[in-house]
Design a protein around this ligand. Structure first.
Ligand code: ADP
Ligand code: MG
Length: 459
C-alpha cells in the first residue's frame, strides 16, 4: 500500500471514531509526511493543531492505524505550514484552530476516554437530573455528587456497590458528565472493568504496555464500572494496583462500582481490597416502594405517557427486585397499550404484566432446599441454620437463586426460610450465583439438573 493510501485508510478509521465536526476541524488539514505502518509522521498547519492533536488524539490515531495495519505505530507531528499549505489555507486553519483551542468540546457533549484511548459518549439518560433519590441510594448519590465538587478530596476512592439494575452505571456516568461539564478540558477515563482487562491483555500481547500505562497515568478523573470483573484477572490486578497508586498519590479522583463489597469480591488481592476501603464504600440497596413509584412516574413523564395513578402504583408494587426490571415492566405496559390500541388502565397493566407474575410450576422453597442439599450432600438443617458454615454457603446461595426464579416468594420469605436472613442477603446470593453461572459451566449443569428435577416433581 502506498503511503498516501495508508494514511487515507487510517483517516477512514479515524472518521468512524470521532464526531464529524471534530474530524472536519482536526483531521482535514493533516497531511501524511512520512507514513509507514510502524511510524506515522504527520504534517499539521501550525502549533495549535500540533498541541491539540497531541493532547487529545494520539490514542485515536494509533488505534485507527492499528485497525488498518495490525500494529500500533509511533506518531510524530510536525508543523509544516510552508510546505504543505498555501499561506491562505494556513491562515484560515490557524484562525479555526485558535478558536477551537479556546473553545473546548462543548459541555453538552462531554468526551470521555476508554482505556484503549478511544472516545466514549455517555447515554443522555444517565444524568443526576433523572436519578430519583430515596433512602436506599441517598448516600451513593450524595457521594457521587461530592466527588464531582471536590475530586480527589472528598472521598477517594469512592466505591459504590450493589446488585444488578440498582443504578451503579447511572450514578457513575452522571458523575462523569457533571465533572466534564465543570472541567471540560480535564482528562477523564471511563471504562467498564471488562474493557480495562481486555485492553490491558491486548496491550500485553502487542508488547505495548508502556502506551497503555501512559494513557492511564495522566488522568484526572478515573471511573471504572463493575470492578468485580478484576476477580479473574490476576495479571491485570497487578497493573491496576500500580495505576491506582499513581493516580491516588497524585490526588486524582478514582471512582469504582462493583456488585459486591470489596472484601466479598472473590480472589481479589488483599492490597486492593484494603485500598478500596481507603475512601468511602457505599452500598446501593433495592429501592423502597415510594422510590419505585417516583421512578415509574418520572420515567413515564419522560416518555410523555400519562400514567394513571393506580397503574403506576400497581407497577411499583409488583416489581420490587431492581430498577431495570421496573423500567422493563413500564415499557411492557406502554408497549402493550400501543399494540392493542387500548388506553392504559389497571386491567391492561395486569394483562401486560401477567406472565411476569404468574407462578411457574408450583415449587416450594422446601422442595428446592431438599434437592440442593441432596445434590451437595449437606444437611437441610445446616442450610436453614443461622450459623455461617462455609461448606453450606454456596448451596444456600444456590437455593436462594433458584427460589427467586422458580417461586413467587418474596425476598423476605426466602431469607426467612434460610435462617432468617434479610432481603439483601437473598438479592446478593441471587446475583452472585447468576454471575457465577455465566462462567462456571459445571455449576450451570448442576443448576439445570436441579431445576429439571424440581419441574418433574412439581405438582
Ligand atoms: P447497574 O449498573 O447497577 O446494574 P444501571 O445504572 O444500569 O444499574 O440502572 C438500571 C436502569 O435503572 C437504568 O436505566 C437506570 O437509568 C435506571 N435507574 C437506576 N437507578 C435509578 C434511579 N435512582 N432513578 C432513576 N432511574 C434509575
Ligand atoms: Mg451497570
Amino acid at each position: 500500500m502506498a503511503h498516501g493510501d495508508l494514511w487515507q485508510s487510517v483517516l477512514g478509521e479515524i472518521e468512524k471514531r470521532v464526531r464529524r465536526q471534530q474530524f472536519e476541524t482536526w483531521f482535514r488539514s493533516v497531511r501524511a509526511a512520512d507514513v509507514t505502518p510502524a511510524r506515522l509522521c504527520l504534517a499539521v498547519p501550525n502549533r495549535f493543531y500540533k498541541d491539540w492533536l497531541e493532547t487529545y488524539y494520539i490514542p485515536v490515531i494509533k488505534e485507527s492505524a492499528e485497525a488498518v495495519t495490525g500494529v500500533a505505530p509511533e506518531v510524530a507531528l510536525a508543523v509544516d505550514s510552508q510546505a504543505a499549505f498555501s499561506a491562505e489555507e494556513a491562515d484560515e486553519a490557524e484562525r479555526d484552530a485558535a478558536e477551537a483551542y479556546e473553545t473546548p468540546p462543548p459541555a453538552n457533549e462531554p468526551v470521555a476516554r476508554l482505556t484503549s484511548g478511544a472516545e466514549y459518549r455517555f447515554s443522555p439518560n444517565n444524568v443526576f437530573e433523572t436519578f430519583v433519590v430515596g433512602p436506599a441510594n441517598r448516600l451513593c448519590h450524595a457521594a457521587a455528587m461530592a466527588v464531582v465538587d471536590a475530586p480527589g478530596k472528598a472521598y477517594n476512592p469512592l466505591f459504590i456497590h450493589g446488585g444488578v439494575g440498582l443504578g451503579k452505571t447511572h450514578l457513575l456516568q452522571a458523575a462523569c458528565r457533571a465533572y466534564l461539564a465543570k472541567n471540560p478540558r480535564a482528562r477523564l477515563v471511563y471504562t467498564s472493568c471488562e474493557e480495562f482487562v481486555n485492553d490491558f491483555v491486548s496491550a500485553l500481547q502487542r508488547g505495548d504496555v508502556a502506551a497503555f500505562r501512559q494513557r492511564l497515568r495522566d488522568v484526572d478523573f478515573m471511573v471504572i464500572d463493575d470492578i468485580h470483573f478484576l476477580a479473574r484477572a490476576e495479571r491485570t490486578q497487578e497493573e491496576f494496583f500500580h495505576t491506582f497508586n499513581s493516580l491516588y498519590n497524585a490526588h486524582k479522583q478514582i471512582t469504582l462500582s462493583s456488585d459486591s463489597a470489596p472484601a466479598e469480591i472473590p480472589s481479589l488481592e488483599e492490597r486492593l481490597v484494603s485500598r478500596f476501603k481507603w475512601g468511602l464504600v457505599a452500598r446501593l440497596d433495592p429501592p423502597a416502594y415510594e422510590t419505585r413509584l417516583a421512578i415509574v412516574n418520572m420515567k413515564s413523564d419522560l416518555r410523555g405517557v400519562g400514567m394513571p395513578k393506580d397503574v403506576s402504583e400497581y407497577i411499583a408494587r409488583s416489581i420490587d427486585t431492581n430498577i431495570r426490571e421496573l423500567e422493563g415492566a413500564l415499557t411492557r405496559v406502554i408497549g402493550y397499550a400501543a399494540l392493542t390500541n387500548r388506553p392504559i388502565g389497571l386491567p391492561l397493566a395486569q394483562e401486560a404484566l401477567r406472565d411476569l407474575m404468574v407462578a411457574r410450576p408450583s415449587v416450594s422453597i422446601e422442595d428446592i432446599a431438599k434437592v440442593v442439599s441432596a445434590r451437595y450432600n449437606v444437611k437441610l438443617s445446616d442450610l436453614q441454620g443461622k450459623r455461617r458454615l462455609k461448606s453450606v454457603a454456596l448451596p444456600r446461595q444456590i437455593c436462594m437463586h433458584i427460589a427467586r426464579r422458580m417461586t413467587e416468594y418474596s425476598l423476605e420469605e426466602i431469607g426467612g426460610f434460610f435462617g432468617g436472613r434479610d432481603h439483601t442477603t437473598v438479592l446478593y446470593a441471587d446475583d452472585k450465583v447468576a454471575q457465577l453461572v455465566k462462567r462456571d459451566t459445571r455449576l450451570r449443569a448442576i443448576l439445570s439438573e436441579v431445576e429439571a428435577e424440581l419441574t418433574r416433581n412439581a405438582r
